[in-house]
Design a protein around this ligand. Structure first.
Ligand SMILES: Cc1ncc(COP(=O)(O)O)c(C=O)c1O
Length: 497
């Protein structure tokens, strides 16, 4: 057993036999070795963590059966751009946790803000009572936002903000004389969250099957996967116009008086960083205006500098009616989401006895708001968004060097947000078969990249891609390190095809 006793707390031994601890003693004490060790002030080693994790943890979006044979990766510490696991391995964080830790790991300013806020006001919900940090944060967020987004509905994450946007849209139209408007359109393979409403809007069939029937009334249009666009399109603008016009088509198929909103990410993550030219979003805006459809930009990932502007909506001139943000709003230190809304959609809620019967206990948690404010101070002081804008072309160039490997089909993305699509044949763009994808991605790449020192994601929700989104504090040195690891692992992956 890898639990080592430290001297200081030897005296705590025996605590478990005392009657005071009877609340944990209904089962055999040996069932809870970590509880015992912690109560005795002992360090908990990897072996004990592994055993307990395999017994009690239910990991998200994770196949569990392999852990019957192999160990889990348990990340124990993080500093700057690096993660350290319970076996002492140190790897570069090529995904900012999960597109969250934009200011880099272990920021003292964020820890201080959380501690200070805990002592000043530890908790207050936003249910009928406000608190200063929520007020300050709402104004501060709006000061960075695209024009006309002047109202904030806080949540604890992206999926809840998606739910909230849909519910607000439905109630808005019910109160403004268009009660049939309730349907939502989104894009093929797009991920918008996992709760029933957000999952209904998500465009990944494989994630939905087990939970059908979902919330009815959502529809998909094609995304902007230019790499795999039909060869009849000679320019990306031409393809993008075709893709945007599919929105009008579905609105007309369904009946404009029934469609409430269109959800779109400025850069679609699932499928691998599908960007679109500004002309796409211009056409989308026109269509939404024509049919009175609410344009919702889901910036759960692209918000807070990821694209080289504070928000992707600014980078691509989207002019959304609502904008969803989460993840990097606190650089991952506390859970928080913020849905930005144009005043027009709030106005009917500001009359008479009208209430939006919707909310979350932990939304706008004072500690999370204080951390978010301190995080924005870091953005301003260290000019993180400028750093992305300046270095993004270097990041792109560094990753594009990998195109000399036959397995690399495409390198695409923007800002500090790139995907590398893997193929069987660079010339023909022939994709990996399902079996190859299983063998290469799941069976090799994810673990090999990690073993070589890179935490990122190999993903096959669409075509097989490696996703990269390092902290915004990174620069050319880190890009080189990432490229070197990718190169050695992709060479080996190519041999295994
Ligand atoms: C675009 C998008 N929307 C929504 C979500 C869901 O966010 P959360 O996991 O915070 O609920 C995600 C999560 O990755 C996302 O990428």
């Amino acid at each position: 057993m890898a639990i080592q006793e430290n001297n200081k707390t030897k005296s705590l031994r025996g605590l478990f036999s005392s009657k005071k601890n009877s609340h944990v003693s209904t089962a055999s004490k040996s069932d809870f070795p970590i509880v015992q060790a912690m109560a005795a002030g002992q360090e908990v080693g990897d072996k004990a963590l592994q055993k307990s994790a395999k017994k009690h943890l239910w990991m998200h979006f994770t196949r569990h059966s392999p852990y019957n044979k192999i160990d889990m990766t348990i990340i124990q510490k993080a500093d700057g751009h690096y993660l350290t696991d319970s076996k002492g391995r140190r790897v570069i964080d090529g995904l900012s946790g999960l597109f969250t830790v934009n200011a880099g790991h272990g920021r003292q300013e964020l820890a201080d803000a959380a501690a200070k806020q805990t002592m000043e006001l530890d908790f207050m919900p936003l249910w009928s009572y406000a608190h200063p940090r929520a007020v300050e944060l709402a104004e501060r967020l709006i000061s960075y936002a695209p024009k006309d987004l002047t109202r904030i509905f806080f949540t604890t994450g992206g999926g809840e903000a998606v739910e909230s946007a849909w519910k607000i849209a439905k109630q808005y139209f019910k109160m403004t004389g268009k009660p049939l408007k309730h349907k939502v359109i989104s894009r093929q393979t797009a991920y918008h969250g996992t709760s029933h409403g957000a999952l209904s809007i998500t465009g990944i069939a494989a994630f939905k099957q087990m939970f059908e029937p979902l919330v009815p009334s959502t529809f998909r249009i094609p995304n902007t996967n230019w790499y795999r666009a039909d060869s009849r399109f000679k320019t990306e603008d031409e393809f993008a116009l075709w893709a945007a016009n599919r929105l009008e088509e579905v609105i007309l198929f369904e009946g404009p008086d029934t469609v409430a909103a269109f959800f779109v990410e400025p850069i679609q993550n699932a499928g691998g960083c599908f960007t679109a030219p500004k002309s796409y979003f211009k056409r989308i805006r026109e269509i939404c205006d024509k049919y009175d459809v609410i344009l919702v930009a889901d910036e759960t990932i692209t918000g807070f500098g990821r694209t080289g502007e504070m928000f992707g909506s600014q980078r691509y001139d989207i002019n959304p009616d609502m904008m969803i943000t989460a993840k990097a709003i606190t650089s991952g230190v506390a859970p928080l989401g913020a849905l930005f809304i144009k005043e027009k959609y709030f106005t009917p809620f500001n009359e008479g006895t009208v209430t939006l019967a919707h909310g979350y206990t932990f939304a706008a948690h004072p500690v999370a708001c204080a951390v978010a404010l301190a995080n924005l101070d870091i953005y301003d002081k260290e000019r993180l968004v400028d750093n992305v804008r300046i270095n993004s072309p270097i990041f792109r160039k560094t990753l594009e060097k990998l195109k000399d490997l036959p397995i690399v089909g495409d390198v695409r993305g923007d800002g500090y947000f790139f995907a590398i699509e893997l193929v069987r044949n660079q010339e023909t763009k022939e994709s990996l078969t399902r079996e190859e994808s299983e063998k290469i991605l799941r069976g090799f790449l994810n673990s090999a990249l990690y073993e070589q020192g890179l935490y990122c994601r190999a993903d096959d929700r669409g075509d097989p891609v490696i996703q990269l989104a390092p902290p915004l504090t990174c620069g050319p040195k880190e890009f080189e390190e990432i490229e070197q690891i990718l190169r050695s692992v992709l060479i080996e992956a190519g041999k295994r095809l």
